[in-house]
Design a protein around this ligand. Structure first.
Ligand code: TYM
Length: 349
């Protein structure tokens, strides 16, 4: 399927010009976890059959935290490997590395001219980052949502599969695209919306009892797609719990609700109902719940985990996928940049 990629890929048989365009990306800041998978990648895999898809590795976005060259390269490779292992098919979707498409940074510059300090400072993700790292409040962090808007509208995407935490960024992407349209009195960029196949955007909780699952939320909070079964068991068994329900049908405290929410995504409805019943009748043993949860996580991640090593060792494959992906992405991005330059008024003499 993946092998034998060639010139044919540039004439992608899955490219359907009448179909909506989809764009999404993941920062190259470490291994993918269950939050990335259920919030984003699972939808990527489904969408590649129905839409014109562009899925990229957001390496430029990862520069806000100043990775070393070796770390940057290893992390970009890891996301690419895990995209493929999760089932994104380079013959159906365009997979590329963000920094291979310099047109994105050109559009970012144009959009920056119409992005205002006040609105950028008010972005929740910016405020969170400032709070977490007061010594590294760089301009790239402030204009992060502008680069993200450029990523999306460079391909004129309308659907963006992301988790709940990205909703505000999508709203900002619409603002920047619309502002460009108004400024130049040109109905050019369509509006992109966050997308999920379910009823609402997904937020996968972490194992530390508090917020969402994240790469930088501390040791043991995230289950990675590449984690061994032993590592998964260990992390889940250490997840925070309380001393158990004292009344029938009582509301679950956050850390317990989180475990049930995780179970909702990896276990069968019967399993979930079984443990819910035990909780509501005060008969639950958290050890049993965690054992089941860990085994179901192991089963859910096995098909991906089993492919990761083989793909990681196939350097020619990775090179080919990235090269052809970049060519496809640049084809679309350079068309937009040509038109945008014309609209702005950069004309040849
Ligand atoms: P990033 O790298 O933080 O996360 C990648 C994707 O995973 C989703 N996600 C989650 N979903 C549910 N529950 C969680 N606990 C969870 N953690 C992460 C994110 O919502 C996201 O969809 N700014 C983006 C990367 C980006 C991008 C873009 C995305 C750059 N340009 C253009 C879409 C379109 C980010 O930092 O995602």
């Amino acid at each position: 399927m993946v092998r034998g990629l060639g010139e044919a890929l540039l004439k992608n048989p899955y490219f359907r010009p009448h179909m909506e365009t989809v764009v999404s990306g993941i920062r190259s800041t470490g291994n993918l976890h269950l939050g990335n998978y259920y919030g984003a990648v699972q939808n990527f895999v489904k969408m590649q059959n129905e839409y014109n898809c562009y899925f990229f590795i957001a390496d430029l976005h990862s520069l806000t935290t100043h990775p070393t060259p070796a770390n940057l390269h290893a992390n970009v490779k890891q996301v690419l490997v895990e995209y493929l292992a999760a089932g994104i098919d380079p013959e159906k979707a365009t997979i590329y590395v963000q920094s291979d498409v310099p047109e994105v940074t050109e559009l970012y510059l144009y959009l920056n001219m119409n992005a205002y300090m006040g609105e950028l400072e008010r972005a929740t993700s910016f405020k969170d980052k400032v709070r977490a790292n007061p010594d590294n409040v760089n301009a790239g962090l402030l204009t992060y949502p502008v680069l993200m808007a450029a990523d999306i509208i460079i391909h004129k995407a309308t659907k963006v599969p992301v988790g709940k935490d990205q909703e505000q960024h999508l709203e900002m992407a619409r603002t920047f695209g619309n502002r460009f349209n108004r400024l130049y009195n040109h109905d050019y960029f369509p509006e992109p919306y966050a997308f999920s196949f379910g009823e609402s955007l997904v937020k996968i909780p972490g194992l530390d009892g508090a917020g969402k699952m994240g790469k930088s939320e501390g040791e043991g909070n995230a289950i990675f797609l590449s984690d061994t079964p032993e590592a998964i068991r260990k992390k889940v068994m250490r997840a925070k719990t309380d001393s158990g329900p004292t009344e029938e049908n009582q509301t679950k405290p956050q850390e317990i609700q989180n475990l049930f929410d995780l179970m909702k995504v990896v276990s069968t409805p019967d399993t979930l109902a079984h443990f819910d019943h035990l909780y509501n009748t005060c008969a639950i043993r958290y050890g049993d719940l965690k054992k089941q949860l860990a085994e179901d996580m192991i089963i859910a991640t096995a098909p991906i985990r089993e492919k990761i090593n083989d793909i990681a060792n196939d350097a020619p494959l990775l090179r080919q996928v990235a090269r052809y992906g970049a060519a496809k992405a640049r084809e679309s991005a350079s068309k937009t940049i040509r038109e945008v330059r014309e609209i702005i008024g950069f004309r040849k003499f």
